[in-house]
Every structure is written in C-alpha cells, then in structure tokens.
Design a protein around this ligand. Structure first.
Ligand SMILES: C[S@@+](CC[C@H](N)C(=O)[O-])C[C@H]1O[C@@H](n2cnc3c(N)ncnc32)[C@H](O)[C@@H]1O
Length: 465
C-alpha cells in the first residue's frame, strides 16, 4: 500500500521573496582585517538580501543557525525607533513591527522563504534552531518539516523561565519553544560540552573520594559473589576482596535534556541591554557549544541585541549576524566592542555612511567645532534634542546620549576603518575628543560616527593641512 501523506495547504501570497524589502544597508566586518578567514560580519537590513549576499560565499558552509524571529505578537516592538526628517539616504529600516494583519499565513509568507534560504546555507553537518512561542511555533514546525524533512527534526526544546504570573483565566505561559533540525543525520552534537549539573541527591551518593574524584563502591556483577551488583558496599569488601568490587566515579555531569530552566535577562543582569526581546547568553551558550566547534560559522539573521554573535565571539566561533533595525546594530556593536578581548572592525557601505544632512541643519544631533592643523584635538558639540522630536508615545526620545564614538581619519568614502573608538557614554554637552590618529598633514576626510541608543549619526569633515 502506498504510504499516505499529510499535506499542507497554504495559500501562499503571490508576493515572491523579491517583493519583500530586499535590500541591506551595509555590512560591518569584525576580526582581523588582514585575515579574511577570521572575519565575522554583521548586516544591517533585510535578512533576505543579507542571505543572498552570504550565499555567494557560504552556501552549504554555515555550521549553525539560530534565529529568534518576531513572534506574531500583533505589536510594534520598538516604540523608540524614529526616523529623522531630512536624513539623506540610506534611511532608517523598518522598525521591529510584529503585526501580521493576515494572520499566520502572512507571517509564514515572511518566514518560509527565509527558512528555505537558511536550509541552503547550512553545511552537511549543520543545524538550525528556531526560537518561537505558543503563537507561531506549530505553524513553523509544519514548514520546517517540509523544508528540512521530518526525519531531520531532532528536538523541541522547552525553555522554561520564571516571571510574574498574572493570569487566572488559563495556565500562565512561561516557556518558549526552540525547534532544532539538522541538515543531515550526521550533525555536530557535542553532548559533553553541555552536561548538566548533578542533583544534590546524586552528589550525596558519591560520598567516598580519592585522587580521581568522588566515587561509590560497587559490587561487580560476578556469578557467585555475595555482593554481586550491590551498590555502596562496605569498604572492608574492597580491602579483603578487591576482585569483587569496583569504584564508580561521579560522571562529569548529567546528560542534557530537552527542557531548560534558564532565567530571563532580569533588570539587574550585567548582560542586560534594555532590548525588549533580549535572550540570555547562557541559553545561546548551550546551543553554540553543543552544535558547533571552535572556528565554525554561526549565523543569526534576526540578531536583535546581538546575543548570538556575542556568544559566538566569546566561544571562538566565526559568526554572521543581521538585523533590520539600526538600534539592534548599534547595541550589538557596543556589546562586541565591550568584550574583554579587543576586536577590530570596519564598516563597508556602498551607499555611504548614515550621514546627517549638511552641517548647518539643526536636526543634526552633534556638530564638530573647527580644528586646526596644529592639534589633534577637536570638540564635538552635542545638541539639545528639539522638543518636536518625540517618540510616538509623546515622550521626548531619550536616545541622544552618545554611547559610541569612532573616527576614521582617512575615510575613503566606502570603507570606514576606525582607528580610534570608544564606547564611553557621554551626556549631552560638548565633548572634547583628542584623537591620537589624526594626521598632522595632508588632505583627508575624517569620518566620525556617533552611536545613540536608537541609531547613529555620521559626519564627514574634510581636513586640509
Ligand atoms: C525577537 S528579536 C531577536 C532578539 C535576539 N534574539 C536577542 O537576543 O536580542 C527579532 C529581531 O528580528 C529583527 N527582524 C525582523 N524582521 C527582520 C528582517 N526581515 N530582516 C532582519 N531582521 C529582522 C527585528 O528587528 C528584531 O530585532
């Protein structure tokens, strides 16, 4: 009898991927500038376009993809993001808009072609983890089965977190689901990297110890032995009849299971960025350690506050990240630059940096005082935000505290290679920057980027000495 199949009927929108906003604004490269193999990259823009670009080099070459796409909450998730009138192109990308008027079908119109692209990008030993919640996970599962194959479904991981519970109407929803698929049946899974701690009750059983660690004294399973297969036998047995006993040492940890109790990033957490949907680094650590090896390429095409690239960087993986929001790019970059091990970066931008309009316009957030050829110092004057600049909730946007500076003293119009940068937070007012890198003579374009909570501005000043 022919095998029966369940078929998915999906009224796919007439729009093809090309009609999604398929452009990326620019790429930032991280890691050794001279060593392309060590480089990591971050795209700003639509991930469809970013993946097309990635596919030119890495089709079938990505070892791990983790994505945490919008959840279909029906809300706009970043009220702070605003566009500046008069900003010259390239302009602000869409905010993190999680409204899908057409329901799950419209949501899947967005996600399904992206999942297909991701499948092509994965290496034969690669894996993909798709993070979702109760709203969309069941639809995504069916599509994942179609795209990756049902037999490649490895786990449904349940991430349980503690949060205030308010509902008396139904069970409180306190978990997310992460679907784990592999590209083939030979996929990387380093279980020994993600062993779980033993329960207190287990530790108590291993009450003896020697130079090799805690152990239990056991009876061997020998025929005729009075302590055959017995557990926790008296030490006299080992002294008098060592052939009948053996020491069972405490294993390094418990084999990992598919439900994880990990705290959300709480108010006091050191890693907290303020990004609404930020995931804990410890969650990504488990995924990256288990499903990739040092030097592998890990990608996150919905990177948000950058948890995946940050964890990948810390664990010695190469990474590719993408997000459509300027704010995400800014937060991710700030996190990467704050890591203990310094990281070089450069910005490649075909259409130019996100430059403010001309210097005289008063909608610019900062200005650069003239500086003389004699000195390396110059002042950057931060302006008061105009009262008209309010976010859509009517609050004055709080985003004009500069959180990042970078200067390329020899900007060539396409690649921004900062030779000096800082992620010190500066309050409004005048900031004196003494750059050790400004050339004493010559004719150069000095590009200065200032990153704010909600975006960034760039100015390019010509300098002739
Ligand atoms: C749930 S958040 C990711 C949070 C992230 N895991 C973290 O730890 O911060 C989803 C992100 O996807 C981005 N996004 C949505 N649609 C996108 C698209 N088509 N291309 C690129 N990024 C997109 C949003 O801007 C948002 O930052």
């Amino acid at each position: 009898m022919a095998k029966k199949e369940i078929r998915l009927i999906w009224e796919r929108s007439a729009r093809g991927p090309a009609e999604h906003k398929c452009d990326f604004r620019r790429v930032e490269r991280y890691g050794g500038r001279d060593d392309a193999s060590g480089q990591c990259r971050m795209y700003h823009g639509d991930n469809m376009a970013a993946m097309c670009d990635v596919a030119c080099e890495y089709a079938g070459g990505i070892d791990l993809i983790y994505i945490d796409p919008p959840y279909g909450t029906g809300r706009r998730l970043s009220s702070r993001l605003r566009s500046r009138a008069g900003e010259s192109p390239p302009v602000e990308c869409s905010a993190f808009d999680d409204r899908w008027g057409g329901g799950p079908a419209e949501y899947m119109d967005m996600l399904a072609p992206r999942l297909e692209m991701m499948c092509n990008l994965l290496s034969p030993r690669g894996s993909i983890y798709v993070h979702a919640d109760w709203r969309m996970v069941h639809y995504i599962k069916v599509f994942m089965d179609e795209i990756f194959g049902r037999e490649m479904f490895q786990n449904e991981i349940v991430w349980c977190y503690r949060e205030a519970v308010n509902s008396k109407k139904r069970w409180n929803r306190k978990h997310d689901t992460i679907l784990f698929y592999s590209k083939s049946d030979k996929f990387t899974f380093n279980y020994s990297e993600v062993l779980e701690p033993h329960a207190e009750s287990t530790l108590k059983k291993y009450r003896r110890g020697d130079e090799k660690g805690p152990y239990r004294l056991m009876g061997r399973g020998l025929k005729g032995s009075p302590i055959r297969s017995a557990r926790d036998v008296a030490p006299e047995w080992e002294q008098k009849h060592p052939e009948l006993t053996y020491r069972h040492y405490l294993p390094a940890g418990k084999l990992p299971v598919d439900y994880w109790n990990i705290d959300i990033v709480n108010q006091a957490a050191h890693e907290r960025t303020g990004y609404a949907t930020q995931k804990p680094e410890s969650l990504l650590e488990r995924i990256v350690l288990a499903s990739s090896n040092p030097g592998d390429i890990v990608a996150d095409f919905f990177c948000g506050s950058g948890t995946t690239p940050v964890v990948a960087q810390k664990l010695g993986r190469r990474w590719i990240a993408c997000d459509a929001q300027k704010r995400s790019i800014h937060i991710t970059r700030k996190r990467l630059l704050a890591l203990d091990k310094p990281i070089e970066f450069e910005i490649l931008s075909a259409g130019g940096l996100y430059q403010s309009p001309d210097k005289k316009r008063d909608d610019s957030l900062f200005d650069i005082a003239e500086y003389s050829g004699e000195s390396n110092a110059f002042s950057v004057v931060l302006k008061e935000m105009k009262s008209s600049e309010k976010d859509e909730n009517g609050k004055t946007a709080a985003g004009n505290n500069i959180e990042f500076w970078a200067i390329d003293p020899e900007y060539d119009g396409t690649v921004f290679r900062p030779q000096w940068w800082t992620i010190k937070r500066n309050k409004r007012g005048a900031v004196d920057v003494e750059s050790p890198v400004l050339r004493k003579n010559g004719d150069t374009a000095v590009a200065i980027i200032a990153g704010f909570e909600d975006g960034e501005q760039c100015k390019i000043v010509r300098r002739s000495v």
